[in-house]
Design a protein around this ligand. Structure first.
Ligand SMILES: Cc1cc2nc3c(=O)[nH]c(=O)nc-3n(C[C@H](O)[C@H](O)[C@H](O)COP(=O)(O)OP(=O)(O)OC[C@H]3O[C@@H](n4cnc5c(N)ncnc54)[C@H](O)[C@@H]3O)c2cc1C
Length: 445
């Protein structure tokens, strides 16, 4: 089967790679100039360096992403800096670290040994996770993370230093508005899994080089099925504007395919699917696509005159948006430091210079006392306005199957059970490929 894939983000490339492995021929179309979509490398002329469009962190529990990297002949151990579950605040007021014990002892020891929580707080925190596990990682439908934490008698302090930063990092949605079930799913597959599942994986190469560029190369070389296919292609700078159905064929801008996988964000997927014939089922699908709201993420990268000697690659910052201190996480490597601001809505109206000055002041106050900041020689601010969808309770997310035959969708926004994360995008792409492939193979029988 010849399949047209729209979008070369993590979902589209996962779908294309999985289809190719099943022996199908894929043509990928990507608007941008690089593979990776919302998780891609780029050139910063301000810093004269390659950067990412935003600092990303993966988890040991991202099993499908890691499996796919191995399928592509990559060794994840060489691509990531793998840290055991550990959180350290830059000001030294909070820290925890999981020892190398089997699960769940690693977690229990980390929680009970945490600095910055009282004994009753450690007990309540442990009980909150144990109760969730005992309930099969299920919470009441419609519950927000904050509501769930209040029900579990989590104190203001444990929410401030532990729960809220985790929720914001995982869901890019503040605890008061975030869906407790999606958060529980992330906890299930990280803290609730084997010890390695809660490891933190920080990419050591840029996000395009991590695997998307390898996938493009493997697809164009037809690595998995050289004889069966021989004509995969990946076209950059190519925006698909129209879909149509012609008998059993799906037309992508007048190019005929046996099937299409639309692996774009919901806004462009909606625009494309609206070019197809509409009916009652498609109207329901359209309503789901229209219901997504989006949250920004900002990453401010500082370049220093010499490396900043921090003891941890990743540090927690306490943010005070009212005081112009927006930073939530600090990632450092060599002479670069990346400050991440999830739910960056508060920064929207602020002038860039004053925001950068505020974050730098925050770094000096929270980290600089113990580890003096080198001089800054440059900075680069990237705000991804639609970084993720808002992971709110009650959001109905579409499946990979659409209202039209042979038209499938893939993306972190489909019904993956995860918030908008890389692992969700990869799983969605692979599932769309499996469904499209199975439908075609059934027809052939
Ligand atoms: C700043 C930032 C930080 C993040 N941090 C994390 C993190 O730490 N951990 C984590 O797991 N996740 C993180 N995420 C989320 C993660 O990046 C996304 O979940 C993932 O990249 C989504 O992949 P996707 O393939 O579903 O969509 P996209 O990456 O959006 O891919 C869609 C692609 O389709 C292309 N396209 C759109 N319309 C068309 C068209 N008509 N024709 C052709 N091409 C088209 C786009 O150019 C794009 O390349 C972060 C996201 C951002 C922005």
């Amino acid at each position: 089967m010849r399949v047209g894939v729209v979008g070369a983000g993590w979902a589209g490339l996962s779908a294309a790679w999985a289809l190719h492995r099943r022996g199908h021929c894929v043509h990928v179309f990507e608007s941008g100039r690089t593979p990776g979509g919302r998780a891609r490398g780029l050139w910063s002329s301000a810093l004269n360096r390659r950067l990412d469009n935003g600092q990303h962190v993966l988890l040991g529990g991202y099993t499908e992403t890691l499996a796919q990297m191995r399928e592509l002949g990559l060794n994840p151990d060489q691509q990531f800096n793998r840290l055991p579950l550990s959180l350290h605040s830059a000001d030294g007021s909070f820290s925890l670290r999981a020892p190398s014990l089997p699960a769940p002892m690693h977690l229990l020891t980390a929680l009970l040994g945490a600095k910055g929580l009282s004994w009753p707080e450690k007990w309540r925190l442990t009980r909150q996770i144990a109760t969730l596990r005992a309930r099969g990682w299920r919470v009441r439908e419609g519950l927000s993370v904050e509501h769930w934490l209040v029900q579990g008698h989590q104190t203001e302090n444990s929410r401030r230093v532990f729960w809220n930063p985790l929720c914001l990092a995982a869901l890019n949605t503040p605890a008061a508005a975030a869906c407790a079930q999606l958060f529980a799913n992330v906890l299930r597959d990280s803290l609730g899994g084997p010890r390695q599942a809660s490891d933190i994986l920080i990419p050591d190469v840029d996000l395009t080089a991590l695997w998307p560029a390898h996938a493009v190369a493997a697809l164009t070389r037809c690595d998995a099925h050289p004889r069966a296919c021989g004509e995969n292609s990946v076209a950059f700078g190519r925006t698909i504007r129209r879909l149509a159905i012609d008998g059993n064929r799906v037309m992508l801008d007048d190019m005929p395919y046996d099937a299409a996988v639309v692996a774009t964000p919901p806004v462009s997927a909606r625009r494309l699917l609206r070019t197809l014939p509409q009916n009652t089922a498609s109207a329901r699908y359209d309503d789901m696509l229209a219901a997504f709201a989006y949250m920004p993420i900002a990453t401010i990268t500082f370049k220093f005159t010499h490396p900043w000697a921090l003891p941890h690659r990743m540090l927690l910052l306490h943010d005070h948006p009212g005081a112009n201190a927006h930073g939530q996480w600090l990632f450092s490597r060599g002479d670069l430091a990346h400050v991440v601001v999830s739910d960056a809505r508060a920064m929207a109206d602020e002038a860039q210079q004053s925001m950068v000055a505020g974050v730098l002041r925050q770094l000096r106050e929270q980290a600089g006392g113990r580890w003096p900041l080198p001089d800054v020689s440059g900075y680069h601010v990237i705000v991804e306005k639609r970084a993720t969808f808002a992971a709110v309770p009650g959001l109905k997310r579409p499946t990979n199957a659409t209202a039209w035959p042979n038209v499938w969708v893939a993306g972190d926004w489909t019904d993956t059970g995860y918030p908008a994360v890389l692992e969700g995008a990869v799983r969605s792409g692979r599932r769309a490929a499996a469904m499209a492939g199975a439908a075609q193979e059934t027809r052939r029988i």
